[in-house]
Design a protein around this ligand. Structure first.
Ligand SMILES: Cc1cc2nc3c(=O)[nH]c(=O)nc-3n(C[C@H](O)[C@H](O)[C@H](O)COP(=O)(O)OP(=O)(O)OC[C@H]3O[C@@H](n4cnc5c(N)ncnc54)[C@H](O)[C@@H]3O)c2cc1C
Ligand SMILES: Cc1cc2nc3c(=O)[nH]c(=O)nc-3n(C[C@H](O)[C@H](O)[C@H](O)COP(=O)(O)O)c2cc1C
Length: 771
């Protein structure tokens, strides 16, 4: 085959050398516009794992790269006068120039033709090529030429960064955060050879503008950074090697995803590789790793299918299928990490204590979890667990394993939860006339014995016409109170759990069948008239609700207040005001469902007017020493609907009105929603609201392991974790998760104690057998 790599960065060079090595008959050329050994940039990092696969594919270059590598394990965070360090993080750093020199020399040794100082305009300049690798970086001309085919989605991110170097040597991957009058700056610093460290300085566009950095020459920018980080630099200078950049050397990172990676131009197959196909932010140092991994996978596919022109199309297809999965994973992690650095000033730096700030930073990509940190640096993690437990009011002795974050107590007003796990409200559609009966007693009782700190019953309706289905629970009459009272007394007598009641009104989503008879489907008979913010049916064939008038508003408010008083009278410890999921209160908050033109529609303030009026009345009717949470849909997942920014505005309003905590759910407001599900998918909303608005939160949604809950709570992304479906599968989820992480000090109900030891021993045995 005749192979041409346009662009001699890590992707083009590594692929060229692999193909020539695997099949010396190939004619392989790399065409690079720069001179040999001439490049911009300082050091790059990649993981031990990439190094291991390079070792497998080409020992010669791997050996040289290894020799030139700087390997380090530690991460150090400099923040508000503190210096914190953890180990076990395993990175390698190498100068970009050095890496390219090694790859160029190896290409030459294998017989790859290297052509320098040639700026390629088009793939058609190589009519004889069978395969053209567009390894021409982020600004790829080839990708731009075939933009309609490759469908690039290029998003310029808001932060500014400048890539500098220094001769001061750092013995850890160092992150240095500095506050100025106009906002925070952070430096990402790592040593990459015997004399030099990379020093990337990053800040927000606001701080960049306010300091006039856009108008400064490169030298003035360098002087600015030097004085800002003077304490860390200890007299060392910052240097640039990008003098060729005109004007300000501060860049914005561009995130690139392409719809397709390859194309047949009539003569040759053209394929994107490395930065021309996808980018990953430097916050997790993966750009070079991805480029090298691309090269390895494409060569691997040729090895498998045969180094034959006839197989190119099929090879490219498989290559793309396989690589897309890994690339998406890394881009996802890189996006989380990038976003962390974009909001660090507004969200974390001024709110989190240094210890928690460090934990949040280490878990920023959400790929590194609590237990993962334990594997990396047990001493540090246990120290952090001790710190966290002390913050939660526990007395801990240094030498003992202390309770991990999810099992620490939590106090709001006069209520203390034994731990941070909440049984999330889940409608069971099993009541008659709204009565709490044996089903609810057994179902919720089992969960109260199962170890969660707070057990919510399902949405409990404030009037018969507030129900979703005829099977929903209610608190609109005294008869209903009896069942509740019996349950609350049972829980308080027999467990350490607290009882939460979520009160709500179904609004336009009412009068439907029980879930298993057709979710959201209108009742065929026995239905009731609906009310909502506006006269919009939920489904096309749902009954049209009446847009509430003032008399409806007064009646519903009174129903909420009466239900609140009943909840207080039965002894519930916690009340949740259901303002999510498209039900009545939520229908006012979302612009999709609230089309009113009076004082209750339009602006945020107007849309929240009625919800806040009801909430204030509820708060006033609820005992002062008991907490109220508000459940919000923090994202409508639909165009024109509420976003997390809107949710933060509403959270602030509820906070001002006396809400103690926001329960951060999302969706179910608009039938055409397009939610993006995934592990912990709603936790970012909780993180934003907790740390930007300064109100405690509950995270919920696809939290299914102790490791998830510990990571969320330890990082300060939420105060409590609500777990729904896993509690349907396992009433004792919290106790079982404690056992799974080897925590024996969490008490089981005394009646079940003989099951505890056996359960733990079985897990230990299974764990040992799996090793
Ligand atoms: C501030 C910063 C820090 C980074 N830190 C890291 C890090 O720590 N770890 C990491 O792994 N990655 C890091 N990266 C990313 C990394 O540099 C790239 O992801 C990686 O180099 C991609 O390799 P590539 O071969 O695809 O593209 P590139 O390295 O961009 O190579 C493309 C090559 O094509 C050449 N070229 C372009 N157009 C033409 C043309 N028309 N004709 C001929 N030649 C052409 C260019 O001159 C260049 O040599 C960082 C990037 C930045 C901006
Ligand atoms: C069967 C079922 C019923 C639910 N009923 C309610 C409810 O009454 N009120 C509410 O706010 N959320 C309700 N939810 C949503 C859950 O409380 C939770 O937010 C959601 O299931 C995501 O959590 P998970 O991934 O742990 O299941 C329900 C969920 C399920 C599975």
């Amino acid at each position: 085959m005749r192979i041409v790599c346009i662009g001699g960065g890590p992707a083009g060079l590594y692929f060229a050398l692999l193909m020539k090595k695997l099949h010396p008959d190939h004619h392989v050329t790399v065409v690079e516009r720069n001179r040999p050994y001439d490049t911009f940039g300082w050091g790059v990092v990649f993981s031990d794992q990439t190094m291991a696969s390079m070792q497998v594919w080409d020992q010669e270059s791997a050996a040289e790269i290894k020799q030139a590598f700087n390997h380090w394990d530690d991460i150090e965070v400099l923040f508000k006068g503190t210096r914190q360090r953890t180990c076990g993080h395993g990175f390698v750093g190498i100068g970009r120039k050095k890496l390219l020199n090694i790859l160029q020399a190896r290409c030459e040794a294998l017989g790859v033709e290297l052509t320098f100082e040639t700026d390629v305009d088009s793939d058609l300049d190589f009519p004889d090529a069978d395969l053209i690798i567009a390894s021409d970086g982020l600004n790829s001309k080839i990708r731009r030429k075939y933009a309609e085919i490759f469908e690039p989605d290029l998003v310029m991110r808001p932060n500014r960064y400048i890539w500098l170097g220094t001769n001061k040597l750092f013995d850890a991957f160092t992150f240095d955060f500095r506050k100025t009058d106009h906002g925070w700056f952070q430096a990402h610093i790592y040593k990459f050879d015997e004399n030099t460290s990379t020093f990337i300085v990053e800040t927000t566009e606001t701080a960049y503008e306010a300091h006039g950095l856009g108008r400064m020459s490169q030298q003035e920018s360098i002087d600015f950074c030097q004085s800002l980080f003077a304490e860390t630099l200890e007299g060392a200078e910052l240097m640039t090697n990008a003098r060729h950049l005109v004007g300000s050397a501060w860049l914005n990172f561009s995130r690139l995803i392409c719809g397709k990676w390859s194309h047949f131009n009539g003569r040759s197959h053209v394929v994107l590789m490395g930065d021309s196909a996808h980018t990953a932010h430097f916050a997790i140092g993966s750009g070079t790793k991805l480029a090298i991994d691309d090269a390895i996978e494409l060569a691997n596919q040729f090895n498998k299918a045969g180094h034959d022109k006839a197989r190119i199309a099929e090879v490219l297809k498989t290559y793309e299928e396989i690589r897309r999965v890994d690339v998406a994973r890394i881009q996802n992690a890189a996006r989380n990490a990038m976003e962390w650095f974009e909001v660090v000033g507004d969200r974390y730096a001024d709110t989190l204590p240094p210890e928690q700030f460090m934990y949040s930073m280490l878990t920023r990509s959400q790929r590194i979890s609590h237990e993962n940190l334990r594997l990396r640096d047990k001493g540090w993690l246990e120290g952090y667990e001790h710190w966290f437990a002390r913050q939660s009011g526990l007395k801990v002795s240094e030498n003992e394993r202390c309770l991990p974050p999810m099992f620490t107590p939590y106090t709001l007003r006069g209520t203390t939860l034994a731990n941070r796990i909440v049984v999330s409200p889940m409608a069971m559609y099993s009541a008659k006339d709204g009565l709490f009966d044996d089903f609810h007693m057994v179902h919720l009782g089992a969960r109260a014995l199962g170890g969660a700190g707070l057990v919510f019953a399902e949405m409990t309706c404030v009037s018969p016409d507030a129900r979703i289905t005829p099977g929903c629970l209610g608190l609109w009459n005294d008869a209903q109170m009896a069942g509740w009272k019996r349950f609350v007394d049972f829980v308080h007598t027999n467990s350490a759990a607290k009882v939460g009641i979520q009160i709500g009104h179904a609004g336009r989503k009412g009068s439907t069948r029980r879930a298993w008879e057709g979710i959201d489907q209108p009742l065929d008979e026995g239905g009731w008239p609906l009310i909502s913010a506006s006269a919009l049916p939920y489904l096309k064939h749902s009954p049209v609700p009446k847009a509430m008038d003032r008399a409806d508003m007064d009646r519903v408010k009174a129903d909420f207040v009466a239900a609140t008083k009943r909840a207080a009278a039965v002894g519930a410890d916690w009340l949740e005001f259901h303002a999510a999921h498209g039900y009545l209160i939520s229908s006012f908050l979302s612009p999709l469902t609230n089309r009113r033109e009076d004082d209750y529609g339009g602006s945020h303030e107007n849309r929240a007017r009625y919800p806040l009026e009801v909430f204030a009345a509820v708060r006033a009717a609820w005992p002062d020493d008991r907490p109220i949470s508000v459940r919000l849909s923090c994202h409508d997942w639909a165009e024109g609907g509420n976003t997390p920014e809107d949710a933060a505005i509403f959270a602030q309003m509820f906070k001002d009105a006396g809400a103690d905590l926001i329960d951060c759910s999302s969706g179910q407001v608009w039938k055409e929603e397009k939610p993006v599900y995934g592990r912990l998918f709603q936790t970012p909303f909780s993180d934003k609201i907790r740390n930007e608005i300064g109100i405690p939160t509950i995270a919920v949604g696809a939290i299914s392991e102790a490791d998830h809950a510990n990571s969320i709570i330890a990082a300060g992304r939420a105060d409590l974790c609500a777990v729904a479906r896993p509690h349907l599968a396992d009433p004792a989820w919290a106790l079982h998760e404690a056992a799974r992480i080897g925590l024996k000090s969490v008490a089981w109900p005394k009646q079940y104690m003989s099951g505890k030891g056996q359960y733990e021993a079985n897990l230990e045995r299974a764990g040992a057998a799996a090793k």
